[in-house]
Ligand binder design. Structure first.
Ligand SMILES: Cc1cc2nc3c(=O)[nH]c(=O)nc-3n(C[C@H](O)[C@H](O)[C@H](O)COP(=O)(O)O)c2cc1C
Length: 195
């Protein structure tokens, strides 16, 4: 028989499991419902509690306001039109205009490859903290690493020194219009016990 505290703990654990498993990458957002910046600041406050070796705290978050968003959208459109052709311009721009929230996460560059590896891992943990926190607030995110995040023009637009920082991702966020289904391999396929 479960005593009261135990059943609450089991429930909390089940809820936590559900948050972790139900988070999905979101592509289509409700463009009419912007997310208040305070909510993103709260998510960043949570993100920075990610593990980071040697306490390097190698991350920096940039919330993009309307003016810089516009410039970034123009750059992404330019990159994609060059790949897909002029006829795709309007559809590309409309898709970008429908994204309510824009955030960039950078990681410090290190000359030491072990430190770089660990710092990137720490930033990925921070990104996941942020996405899970937002997911619990019903806000969906897409972590993107398209060509633009490696384009020197993007760094210039954001005022980020390309020699000192890598862009971990451009994060689009908003209230989801659709939550896609996903699958994972069975645990047995990805888990081994070594004696
Ligand atoms: C480092 C990283 C980069 C990603 N870049 C992109 C991207 O450029 N475009 C995209 O549509 N999804 C991107 N994703 C999201 C993945 O496609 C997504 O996580 C995967 O399809 C599994 O879906 P889920 O997040 O809903 O479980 C990225 C995810 C990670 C971790």
């Amino acid at each position: 028989m479960l005593i009261n505290g135990e059943s609450n703990e089991n429930q909390a654990l089940e809820n936590f499991e559900n948050i972790l498993k139900s988070r999905r990458t979101i592509t289509f957002f409700d463009s009419g419902r912007p997310i208040p910046p305070e909510q993103i600041v709260k998510a960043i406050d949570v993100a920075r509690w990610a593990p980071n070796h040697k306490k390097t705290e190698p991350w920096h978050f940039y919330l993009l306001g309307a003016e810089v968003q516009d410039k970034v959208k123009a750059l992404i459109t330019q990159i994609k039109v060059a790949e897909q052709g002029e006829a795709s311009r309007q559809a590309i721009r409309e898709r970008l205009d429908a994204i309510p929230g824009w955030l960039v996460l950078t990681c410090e560059v290190s000359a030491d490859s072990t430190r770089q590896f660990e710092d990137y891992a720490a930033c990925a943990c921070a990104a996941q903290n942020m996405m899970l926190y937002l997911w619990q607030a019903r806000i969906g995110v897409k972590w993107t690493t398209g060509k633009v995040v490696r384009d020197p023009r993007f760094f210039e637009l954001l005022g980020i020194d390309i020699n000192r920082h890598k862009i971990v991702g451009l994060f689009w966020y908003g209230y989801p219009l659709q939550i896609p289904a996903q699958t994972r391999k069975p645990v047995a396929d990805i888990f081994s016990t070594l004696s």
